[in-house]
Unconditional design. Structure first.
Length: 316
């Protein structure tokens, strides 16, 4: 059953369709008395932008409400048909995980290949040769292994955490949980990898931009001009130079810091738990991912330099 993206109250339908598909009316939530899900009227571009901005409502729409059948004017939906629809939604969700995961793994492999790949080819050499193809294939398989073990570790950690909570509750311990009944009843394990893939869109979008528009090798440092204006105060120069390319690894910050924050935010949406628990789950996934990165680094790299670059880029 879909939920309200504002208060997570369960609602039978999100909108009502009348004579044509374009003639619809949004349903009002019985809990907060607002529209249950306004995102049903928005296009994919708005959804993508709100995903990058980490808006909780768009995550709830994509994870819990996407693909739900509307109420059709003049017809009644039987309960058995509703059950078949819910089963079809779960099946479609796993298909979406496979499609979205495959596309994002390929994109991640291209970003890493662009970062790890040696310098530009010599004059007269083709821009893409057999060695580049082999390197890309190795990186692709390495990304697939890392993604699989990362998602598997997080799913195992979430399942363990929820099992411990249920066991303690059955023993009479009062486990404080902020999860609403709507989130609890609609929680499925398939939501975990899907939420992680959605959260990775933010970091992959920024990493893709960084892989295309790389900074110049000798960037202009405005700190020297500022020093002249401000009587050459050293602390201003040091503060500005912290943002230079030789002082900070933007790719590492985006992949690990921003990526970890996005993944933790997505897990909070589906688990509706304390931020500390989400952080612990992410740490478990990072540990599993780090172990896999060390295992496959020698094979993915093919040589010592590429293997070290893979580890430096992959390990948090």
């Amino acid at each position: 059953m879909p939920i309200c993206i504002s208060c997570t109250t369960q609602t039978p339908y999100l909108y009502t369709v009348y004579e044509s598909a374009n003639n619809l009316r949004l349903e009002e939530c019985s809990g907060c008395h607002t529209f249950a899900d306004p995102y049903v009227e928005h296009d994919n571009l708005i959804l993508f932008i709100d995903l990058i901005l980490l808006k909780r409502g768009v995550y709830r729409h994509l994870l819990f409400n996407r693909g739900t059948e509307p109420r059709r004017s003049g017809s009644e939906t039987k309960e058995k048909e509703r059950e078949n629809t819910n089963y079809g939604r779960e099946k479609k969700r796993w298909h979406l995980i496979l499609r979205l995961g495959s596309a994002l793994v390929i994109l991640d492999a291209f970003i890493r290949w662009a970062h790890i790949r040696p310098g530009a080819p010599a004059d007269g050499a083709p821009p893409w040769n057999r060695d580049d193809g082999v390197t890309f294939l190795r990186i692709l398989l390495g990304c697939l292994a890392e993604t699989t073990i990362f998602h598997g570790g997080i799913i195992l950690a979430c399942h363990t955490m929820l099992s411990i909570q249920r066991y303690l509750s059955s023993r009479g311990y009062n486990i404080a949980s902020s999860a609403s009944p709507g989130i609890k009843s609609e929680f499925r394990l398939s939501l975990i990898p899907l939420s992680l893939f959605y959260s990775s869109l933010t970091k992959l979008f920024l990493l893709f931009l960084l892989s295309i528009w790389r900074p110049a090798t000798a960037p202009i440092r405005p700190s020297e001009h500022i020093l002249e204006r401000w009587d050459k105060k050293a602390y201003i120069a040091n503060a500005l130079q912290l943002l230079d390319d030789d002082k900070i690894d933007r790719e590492w910050v985006v992949r690990n810091v921003l990526g970890g924050m996005s993944a933790g935010f997505a897990l909070r949406v589906i688990l509706d738990s304390h931020p500390l628990l989400s952080m612990l789950v992410i740490l478990v996934g990072w540990m599993a991912k780090t172990g896999m990165a060390r295992v496959v680094s020698s094979w993915v790299g093919g040589d010592e330099r590429t293997g070290e670059a893979w580890l430096a880029y992959s390990i948090p």
